[in-house]
Design a protein around this ligand. Structure first.
Ligand SMILES: NC(=O)c1ccc[n+]([C@@H]2O[C@H](COP(=O)([O-])OP(=O)(O)OC[C@H]3O[C@@H](n4cnc5c(N)ncnc54)[C@H](O)[C@@H]3O)[C@@H](O)[C@H]2O)c1
Length: 345
């Protein structure tokens, strides 16, 4: 889809951030440093937090989205709690403002669809913050498997309980990243889900073993939990000719290739970049806004991964049988946790 609202490449883009908690304060930090961008302001209903971030970064701080829009912005990053994404996005889009919406796109598929429809009508750029796609290790894996015949994908994303529990479990909080990666790596959609969930300690699921089949026939597996005392994020991809192993934290990516009948094979470490994923994501968003080109992570991508995540929670297995709009998973406001500002999440 070609966007209709373009911004001249030579003009400085005025970009704001809505919700400057853990994630949004990082958006603001990165935007403040991007060339061709002015951090036009930060908005947070917690005015103290807005002022803290605004004074640290030297930008205006306001208490509401309306005040931010009234200051004049070309684009905003929305990093408020997920249950507010739809209303905040619609308010921005109604003023012709381009939006980057943090993942997950919204609390429900219907709300995500509303954002997509509004952005399309207004001709503004809508991108979803599936930041893992911009992790250099993920990009090295994607490059290594490009054009290969993918057979299976296994992703592990485990760690300890987060310092502040929201009322979503590991599927919406963590697995949604990997559902997006599976669709992106395969260029296909998930057509079958086999979820195993358990809430061992928390109110919501804190262990999830999720199995998928894509329309292209790839088998995929996500192992995620909050019961592991250390963080681990690994991706293994088997193709007909290669086996690629990536550690998303250490950013080491290795490929095994040249399989021989005697079981021997060769191994090499692949070159992996050093870019900060959030910076790469925000640069891609700004580029799409400037060029009026489709963003690398579309609203449809965001809804697709949310829909699969919700199906895992519902226990439905056949995605083709699922109704277009799936039931509401309430993503209500969470009690505040103590936070060190600018902690990289
Ligand atoms: N991409 C990732 O890896 C990643 C990581 C963490 C969080 N997230 C997403 O980012 C979003 C925010 O998560 P977080 O952990 O930063 O939450 P947070 O609670 O730390 O921050 C949210 C901020 O939004 C503010 N806020 C609440 N209502 C508001 C309103 N009406 N207008 C303006 N500001 C408002 C809150 O005061 C708070 O400061 C969520 O959608 C979450 O899923 C994404």
């Amino acid at each position: 889809m070609l966007q209709t609202v373009k911004t001249n490449a030579s003009t400085v883009l005025r970009v704001g951030v809505v919700g400057v908690g853990v994630m949004g304060s990082n958006h603001a930090r990165v935007l403040a440093e991007l060339p061709g961008v002015v951090l036009a302001g930060v908005a947070d209903m917690n005015r103290k937090q807005a002022h803290h971030v605004g004074s640290t970064l030297g930008c205006p701080a306001v208490g509401s989205i309306e005040e931010l829009l009234d200051r004049g912005v070309d684009a905003v990053s929305i990093a408020a709690p997920t249950h507010l994404h739809r209303d905040i996005a619609l308010a921005c889009i109604a003023r012709g403002v381009h939006v980057l919406v943090e993942k997950p796109i919204a609390s429900t598929v219907a709300e995500g669809d509303d954002i997509i429809a509004a952005a399309r009508r207004a001709g503004v750029t809508l991108m979803i913050g599936h930041v893992e796609r911009f992790n250099p290790a993920v990009q090295a894996i994607a490059e290594a498997i490009r054009g290969e015949d993918i057979l299976s994908i296994a992703i592990t994303r485990v760690g300890p309980f987060p310092p502040r529990m929201s009322n979503v479990g590991v599927v919406i909080d963590l697995a949604v990243h990997d559902i997006d990666l599976i669709c992106w790596f395969t260029g296909s959609k998930i057509v079958e889900v086999q979820p195993q969930l358990s809430n061992a300690v928390a109110e919501r699921e804190d262990i999830a073993l999720l199995q998928f089949r894509t329309a292209s026939g790839v088998l995929a597996h996500i192992n995620t939990n909050w019961l592991t005392p250390f963080k681990a994020r690994t991706v293994h991809v088997a193709t007909k000719r290669k086996y690629v192993i990536g550690d998303l934290l250490t950013r080491q990516v290795t490929e095994c290739y040249g399989f021989q009948p005697d079981g021997s094979y060769s191994m090499r470490h692949l070159s992996v970049g050093h870019a900060e994923p959030l910076r790469a994501e925000l640069m891609a968003f700004i580029k799409s806004v400037r060029e009026g080109a489709p963003p690398p992570v579309t609203g449809e991508d965001g809804v697709a991964s949310l829909a699969v995540a919700i199906q895992c929670l519902d226990g439905r297995t056949d995605t083709e049988l699922a109704p277009k709009s799936l039931p509401v998973v309430e993503v209500a406001p969470a009690p505040r946790r103590t936070r060190a500002a600018f902690v990289h999440s």
